[in-house]
Design a protein around this ligand. Structure first.
Ligand code: AMP
Length: 415
């Protein structure tokens, strides 16, 4: 389906074509028509599926068609990186319209605060905000959200994981009840469903497959002891001399520095940098910019980057360890092969990571190839297939707790 088949304004179509979006992605095809009617939407879609455009295009269409007085649209996101990225995409789509937007997130520069405050006071149309910083502004009384018509909760599962539920409820208390609400989440865990039930009105539920890495990602894994991992990275890089953009993920912030220095020591002349939530905001932005510009070949990151961050042309994702949360695997791996491109993801599995990796394989419904460790690296731990524990079905006789067991009777009648 092409974008001109949606009922959207020429100004948006022109911008969409400048952005080289030709065909709508599956989530866009399903959800944009629903969102254009003003219905609430509950969408289960992982990042990399085109979910951002799915909510931005209907919001912009409403603003172009029905005018935009003051702050009409609020997009709440878990991280500042995601806020910046959505704002950039929005600036592309709204290029031929007079929609204004601002990304609002915590930082350490006073100037940021002042420019965010100005955006609220001036009634910037679309605010893309992280919960904590938004509440800080709301409490000071100058934010007017009475004209709000759209609320988006993006990566709702992540926001719940990060403990933002109370913040979200507080934010809701500041905005009109009559509005369109769109909620996006990579998983539909019961607590997401609960949140959805409490804030969406007759939502249309849209789901595009369960969270699985995109088709274009070649996934494999090595069993390895921790002391073998850096040598393994060297080996992988030697085997793939063309790769110029690589992310190495680790769950542990403390490991970032030691991985970076070990790589520097082992591979002379390689450009490698680390990034984690401990870095100052401007430091994080600079590191990301250098990586995006391919000045840095290898970025070592924690899961801060694994969700939502959209950097094109990443050839390889290495999971230095197996993420604790199976959904994080999908997010990490999703950093490569963005928007139909090809990419590779290699995971290092140590002995104690085996049960976690088995859980991931169940989530993605696929057994990932385990490649043998190169001989020069020595013996590797051995992979064991772990079957999920099956609950034994209890057999109940003709009577259960003193009552007739209907299932028993039925079964007998059938026989
Ligand atoms: P998202 O899931 O919103 O983070 O989008 C992932 C990437 O795909 C972003 O770089 C988008 O700009 C890009 N993208 C989204 N929809 C399309 C589309 N219909 N055609 C081409 N690229 C797209």
């Amino acid at each position: 389906m092409t974008f001109d088949e949606f009922d959207i304004d020429e100004k948006l179509l022109e911008a969409i074509s400048y952005m080289h979006f030709e065909k709508a992605s599956p989530i866009q095809e399903k959800a944009i028509p629903v969102a254009l009617t003003g219905n609430d939407v509950l969408a289960c879609a992982q990042t990399g599926t085109g979910k951002t455009a799915t909510f931005l295009i209907p919001i912009l269409q409403d603003l172009v068609k029905n005018g935009s007085q003051g702050t009409t649209s609020l997009i709440v996101v878990p991280t500042r990186e995601l806020a910046i990225q959505i704002d950039q995409e929005l600036q592309g789509f709204s290029y031929f319209t007079d929609t204004t937007s601002k990304a609002v997130y915590g930082g350490d520069k006073g100037a940021d605060w002042d420019s965010q405050k100005r955006a609220f006071v001036e009634g910037t149309n679309v605010i893309i905000a992280t919960p904590g910083r938004l509440i800080a502004h709301l409490r000071l009384g100058y934010v007017t959200l009475k004209n709000l018509r759209h609320l988006v909760l993006d990566e709702a599962d992540r926001m719940l994981d990060m403990g933002f539920i109370d913040d979200i409820r507080q934010i809701l208390s500041y905005i009109p009840e009559k509005r369109q609400t769109m909620m996006f989440s990579a998983t539909m865990a019961p607590e997401i469903q609960k949140l959805a039930n409490s804030i969406l009105v007759n939502p249309q539920m849209i789901s595009i497959a369960i969270a699985k890495p995109a088709e274009g990602v070649k996934q494999s894994a090595y069993m390895a002891y921790p002391h073998q991992k850096v040598d393994l990275i060297t080996h992988i890089l030697e085997q793939n001399p063309d790769y110029d953009s690589i992310i190495i993920f680790t769950s542990t912030k403390k490991l970032i520095h030691s991985i970076v220095s070990a790589i520097k020591k082992k591979i002379s002349g390689v450009s490698v940098e680390g990034i984690s939530s401990d870095f100052e905001q401007n430091e994080r932005e600079d590191v990301l910019l250098r990586f995006k510009a391919k000045q840095t070949k290898i970025l070592v990151a924690t899961d801060v980057l694994s969700r939502g961050i959209d950097i094109k042309g990443i050839n390889l994702v290495i999971n230095f360890d197996v993420p604790r949360d199976a959904a994080d695997y999908v997010h990490r791996v999703g950093r490569t092969a963005r928007a139909d491109a090809k990419g590779e993801a290699i995971t290092f599995i140590s002995e104690e990571d085996i049960p976690r990796f088995a859980r991931i394989e169940r989530l993605i419904e696929k057994s990932v190839d385990k490649i043998s460790l190169p001989e020069q690296l020595g013996e590797a731990p051995v992979w064991k297939d772990i079957k999920p524990v099956q609950k034994k079905r209890k057999f109940y006789g003709p009577k259960r707790n003193g009552h007739k067991n209907p299932h028993y009777r039925k079964k007998n009648n059938q026989n």
